[in-house]
Design a protein around this ligand. Structure first.
Ligand code: HEM
Length: 231
């Protein structure tokens, strides 16, 4: 294949992808698929974190097993490296599409109570991103926070959360994340067609329970270290 043909093929593929990503339906599908992937990651990550309740050996075994399988670790990292930015850029694009669809403010104020999580998705998403930056610097790159000598992941976790400021920061970030996840899940189901009188009330409750439930469970490790139960 000549270089010119390959380039023009890339151009059309890229152009097609850009058209899809920029369309309303395409951006909603990208949000749903990347959102679902991020959910799967969070559930798996939570299951790993909760092994801290089973003691030092179990948690360290889990961390060791994670790093003993580089292809799996890097497949997950790659999916996150692609999925996270795609989720963020598409969220911004969706907000732009929504704003462009309604350039003039409504003549009458809408009296329906608004859910604060719904109106602050971009803001709470930004806070989650800032939390993630700190979190990676702490546990993955080990650039900040107290480190045990000799190193092991369990003691790093415990020493970190024995600092009340770090533990409170993690718990506060989970509360914000909960609102973001609950609204994200609700909107994902709406886009998948589960709306209307029959579905909306149940979907709303389900999203709240799952979003806040997941983040309560994430908060359990820093909270129980602070209380001296995990030590
Ligand atoms: C209290 C809550 C959390 C705790 C205790 C926690 C704990 C940890 C630990 C110990 C690691 C390092 C694993 C290792 O390399 O051995 C890690 C990595 C990571 N965590 Fe968390 N985490 C929490 C919440 C979150 C949340 C809410 C997110 C996403 C928004 C997240 C995203 C990540 C990512 C992306 C990594 C890097 C995985 C990799 O090495 O590629 N974590 N976490």
């Amino acid at each position: 294949m000549s270089e010119a043909t390959a380039t023009s093929m890339d151009d059309t593929l890229l152009a097609k992808w850009m058209r899809f990503a920029n369309s309303t339906i395409g951006s909603k599908m990208i949000m749903a698929v990347t959102g679902m992937g991020l959910w799967l990651f969070l559930v798996a990550h939570l299951a790993g974190n909760l092994t801290a309740f089973l003691g030092k050996d179990t948690f360290n075994h889990y961390a060791e097993a994670l790093h003993a399988n580089p292809p799996l670790l890097w497949a997950v990292r790659l999916a996150l490296l692609v999925g996270f930015p795609l989720h963020i850029f598409t969220a911004i694009r969706c907000a732009q599409i929504n704003r462009a669809a309604r350039p003039v403010e409504y003549a009458f104020a809408n009296k329906t109570p608004v859910n604060p999580a719904a109106t602050t998705m971009i803001l709470s998403g930004g806070v989650v991103l800032a939390f993630l930056g700190y979190h990676l610097a702490h546990f993955t790159w080990r650039l900040t926070g107290p480190m045990p000598e000799p190193f092991n992941p369990y003691d790093m976790l415990v020493k970190g959360f024995q600092q009340p400021l770090i533990a409170v920061f993690y718990i506060a970030a989970q509360i914000l994340l909960a609102g973001h996840l609950a609204h994200g899940l609700y909107s994902m189901f709406q886009h998948l067609g589960l709306h209307g009188q029959r579905w909306t009330p149940g979907v709303k409750k389900f999203a709240l329970v799952v979003g806040y439930g997941l983040c309560t469970a994430f908060s359990a490790v820093p909270l129980f270290v602070m209380l001296g139960v995990i030590k």
